[in-house]
Every structure is written in C-alpha cells, then in structure tokens.
Design a protein around this ligand. Structure first.
Ligand SMILES: [Mg+2]
Length: 298
C-alpha cells in the first residue's frame, strides 16, 4: 500500500482498524495524521516511508508485534516510536515505563522525550524489540495458534494456559549448543531459552528481571532438564521473577549468541513463530529511538 504522508508532517499515528481486544481510548478523535496498516509488512513499509519523509515521531497503538514491525522500518534512523499499549500483550510497554492509563499514555506519546535503546538482530534480517524464545515457550506459541476451533473461541489468556498444559505433556527438551560471545556451552536437555532486550514477555512473565533497554547488552535466560513438575512449579512464579536463583535456570548477558539444537527447535519473536534453530542473535546498540516513561528500565 503506497502512502503519501503530507510534507512537513511531524507526528503520525499508526494503528490497525481492528487491532486489540478493544479500541484504545482517544484513537478515533486524535488529530494526528493516521495510517492503517493491514499486515506486518505494511507496518514496516509505512514506518520506513515515514522516516524517509522526515516524520519525527510515529505513535503506535498496538502490542509488541506491531511495535516490532514498525521498529523494523526505522531502526538506525532519527524517527522515534511512541507507544499506546493497545495490544493483546504489551510487555515492551511495561519495560519502557508506558503508563497504562490512556490519558497519561497519550500525554507521554505526544510530548515525552525519546531515548535510544538497543534492539536484537536475529538471523540477519529479523528484529526483536522485546523478547523471543526457543523451546518450550515457542512450542506453547505454536499450540496457541494451532488449537482446535473450540479453543480459538476461548479468551486469549485461557487459551494460552491450555497451550502450556498441552506442551507439558509433549515437550521433553532438546540438545543444544550455545556460542555466547565465543564461549561454547553444551546442554543435554534445554527446556527453554528466552532472549532479548527487555524484562518480560508472555503477558507479564518477568523472565529477565535485570534487563536494561539501553545498556548495549542483550539477555539470555535458559532452563535445563526440568521435569514437567518442576516446570509447572516455576512458571507461575515468573510474574514475580521467582525463578531467579533456581539451580536449573541460568541468566547471562551477551553481545552475540548462536543457538543450535537437535532436533531443530521452533523459535518465536514477540510471540510470533519465525522458524527453527539455528538462530544467531546480535545486539544493535542504541539502534532505535523510543519515547520511554519515567519508570523505564533504561
Ligand atoms: Mg540490555
């Protein structure tokens, strides 16, 4: 979809017409020039064109996936992205200190100061702004999207939990070889590995509580050889970062990480399945201009 952004436009508002479980308050009456992408590729293309047109700020009403698609178009430019947390999962907004209250979110989106943050480059041409994962969590995402017709009618959170239970029964881990900044780590049974720049994913699971968005480092958190019972005990604790210090959980920072698995495990970025191992993840320091709130973990 070619877009024509009027010359001199400083701020644009980007949102799907049907995005999210409910419309974000104030969207319909907002005076900003609006753009309505219908596909992830269109979000990226529109963002790229906006940056070329000299737009200074793109206000995105959406969740982590939409934000990532927009970021992909403006990485390395001066154009800033501001966030109205209107998605199914707004985990990046939480790390970026975006207020949940609509009026405060609008105020920050329009007038907040932009700051540069890191993003993760994945397999050369993919970008992750929040977090991705391989193993158990990607398997949960796969089940979530491939559920039976009756499951797809259930509320998102319930479906997500059903997918977790289904995965418990089937997923026993994979052999993995990590190359973390040149250090080789062999793992007999990797259950899951989460990676990225931010603190939380999966709608509130604080998997990397010490992550900072602009320290020039990405975080990896992985769990090995957990029984279904151990994993079941660990997952509910994630919202309060209760997995920290668990003997089978490792937390590291890195600039570059290569993951090979046997068999090739699925991976997701921001909850969207993207392919299978091997994966190469590299930090792009200070690559993205983001309007962050005062509680951001910068
Ligand atoms: Mg970091």
């Amino acid at each position: 979809m070619p877009v024509t952004i009027p010359p001199g436009t400083e701020t644009v508002l980007l949102h799907n017409r049907v995005a999210g479980p409910r419309p974000f308050p104030g969207l319909e009456s907002a005076p900003e020039f609006r753009l309505h992408p219908t596909t992830p590729e269109e979000s990226t293309e529109i963002a790229r064109e906006a940056a070329i047109a000299g737009v200074q700020r793109i206000i995105v009403a959406g969740g982590d996936g939409t934000l990532r698609d927009v970021a992909r178009g403006i990485v390395g430019t001066q154009t800033a992205v501001a966030i109205l947390p209107a998605g199914t999962a707004n985990d990046y907004a939480a790390s970026a200190g975006i207020p949940k209250e609509a009026g405060q979110a609008w105020e920050l989106a329009r007038n907040g100061v932009a700051t540069r943050v890191d993003v993760a480059k994945v397999n050369g041409d993919l970008i992750s702004i929040n977090m991705g994962g391989i193993g158990f969590d990607a398997e949960v995402v796969r089940r979530y999207h491939q559920g039976a017709a009756w499951q797809r009618k259930l509320p998102a959170r319930l479906r997500y939990h059903l997918s977790i239970f289904g995965t418990f029964a089937k997923f026993k881990g994979v052999r993995a070889r990590l190359d973390l900044d040149g250090e080789v780590i062999e793992i007999d049974r990797l259950m899951l590995l989460a990676f990225g720049s931010a603190r939380q994913y999966g709608d509130g699971m604080v998997i990397a509580p010490d992550a900072r968005l602009s320290d020039g480092l990405l975080n990896a958190v992985w769990a090995t050889e957990l029984s279904a019972g151990e994993l079941a005990g660990l997952l509910p604790k994630l919202t309060a970062a209760g997995h920290v210090g668990h003997p089978k959980v490792t937390m590291r920072t890195f600039h570059s990480l290569r993951i090979e698995t046997d068999p090739p495990a699925a991976f997701h970025i921001e909850g969207d399945l993207q392919g299978h191992a091997p994966i190469e993840i590299k930090v792009l320091p200070a690559a993205l201009n983001v309007v962050a709130g005062s509680n951001a973990v910068l």
